[in-house]
Design a protein around this ligand. Structure first.
Ligand SMILES: NC(=O)c1ccc[n+]([C@@H]2O[C@H](COP(=O)([O-])OP(=O)(O)OC[C@H]3O[C@@H](n4cnc5c(N)ncnc54)[C@H](O)[C@@H]3O)[C@@H](O)[C@H]2O)c1
Ligand SMILES: [Zn+2]
Length: 367
């Protein structure tokens, strides 16, 4: 017997005011997708949206889910725009899709967000199912109901909330994921440890090589715990007014780094890794976080592998980008600070000077 078959499946419900839906995390769950869809009440007419890359690797895992040809869309960040959503509409209209049609998004965060926006808007909304295939999508983007695309003037500016009917997470699909993509997702898992679970943080520290080898024995519980943290935060706060803000830990500076390098230098998770270190430095400077906790975070991030360089990026540019960010509400920057490994607070009184020192601490160029 394959040892992975002995790893128990994890299943729980995500309860949001707009919908309650199951998420199942298990090696080989894709083989049971048809019956899971039936159990979740997914309309019998099922259309798959995926990308050529993902489909080439994994189409055999989805035999028998539908008779229809899959709708394949390109999945780089640069294709995450309305024209790609339009291609999905075209395909839906061509086959005469109605509200009794479910859309099954099989891919990374880009496929999930683009197909999700199509599902949220076609006929004012049709059922959506997520089968995430990157680590980032499995622990983050497939849960929570946010769907959307980029505009030439900014990322994720066009979107909606559309909760899925169910989420099926098969960590076996990650076997083909390039190492850098895997690592980029793992930084988000580190984030969950930092905001909510010291034990998750320690599992990553202790099991790093095992995780990189994608051994199901550790991968399944680590993904499951991440999903639970994301789900719990979304349940508490579906539309991101309060507790969901903790999920933005590392993202204020992270988004700024992505923006000033035109989304070309960093994988999102890599920028978040720098962002977490900057938030940590700021917290230590305020006396809100023990130096030893920041050191533990820094050691883990260093051990995970190289990050793209930042020494050529002026701190002042990062600062400007931060103030342009969506998280500035009514002129106030809401900043998530770590207070321990597994705990954060949100503050609204971070000064430009503190931020400057924090981004200099992670290596950006001072003026
Ligand atoms: N909706 C949300 O709440 C939410 C949250 C976080 C991120 N996001 C979005 O997610 C996107 C990033 O997602 P991503 O990191 O998954 O990137 P991605 O979807 O671009 O996938 C990364 C690469 O991995 C390839 N790939 C996917 N699955 C694979 C597999 N199993 N084997 C081999 N290759 C595979 C893809 O073809 C692609 O080249 C961003 O656009 C971001 O805005 C959304
Ligand atoms: Zn993120």
């Amino acid at each position: 017997m394959n040892p992975s078959e002995t790893i128990p499946a994890v299943r729980f419900a995500v309860r949001t005011p707009s919908r309650e839906y199951p998420i199942e995390i298990a090696i080989g769950v894709t083989a049971r997708l048809g019956s899971l869809l039936d159990a979740a009440g997914a309309p019998a007419r099922r259309l798959i949206v995926s990308s050529p890359t993902v489909w080439r690797f994994h189409q055999s895992a989805f035999n028998g889910v539908t008779q229809h040809e899959p709708i394949l869309i390109p999945d780089g960040e640069r294709f995450k725009h309305l024209a790609t959503v339009g291609r999905i509409y075209d395909a839906l209209i061509r086959v005469g899709a109605d509200r009794a049609t479910s859309l099954i998004a099989i891919g990374g965060g880009v496929v999930g967000d683009v197909a999700g926006l199509a599902a949220a808007t076609y006929l004012r909304g049709i059922p959506l199912v997520h089968v995430p295939t990157t680590l980032l999508a499995q622990v983050d983007s497939a849960i929570g109901g946010k769907v959307g695309v980029n505009h030439p003037l900014g990322k994720n500016l066009i979107g909606a909330f559309h909760q899925p009917l169910m989420v099926a997470v098969d960590p076996a699909l990650l076997a083909t994921l390039p190492r850098r993509e895997f690592r980029a997702g793992l930084y988000e898992v580190v984030k969950y440890g930092m905001i909510a679970s010291r034990s998750l943080f320690e599992k990553i520290v202790d099991g790093l090589p095992v995780l990189f080898a994608r051994e199901p024995g550790l991968l399944v519980p680590v993904i499951a715990e991440s999903c639970r943290i994301k789900a719990a935060t979304v349940e508490a706060d579906e539309r991101e007014s309060g507790p969901r803000r903790a999920l933005n830990f590392g993202h204020t500076v992270g988004h700024a780094l992505e923006a000033i390098t035109k989304y070309r230098r960093f994988r999102h998770g890599e920028a978040v890794a720098y962002g977490m270190l900057a938030a940590g430095a700021l917290a230590v400077a305020r006396g809100a976080l023990a130096e030893s906790d920041l050191t533990a975070l820094r050691m883990l991030i260093t051990k995970m592998g190289p990050l793209p360089a930042v020494a050529d990026l002026p701190a002042s540019q990062a600062l400007e980008a931060v103030t342009r960010d969506k998280k500035v509400i009514a002129g106030k920057l809401h900043f998530v600070l770590p207070t321990a490994i597994g705990q954060t607070i949100t503050v609204a009184d971070v000064t430009p000077e503190e931020l400057t020192r924090a981004v200099e601490a992670i290596g950006l160029k001072s003026a």
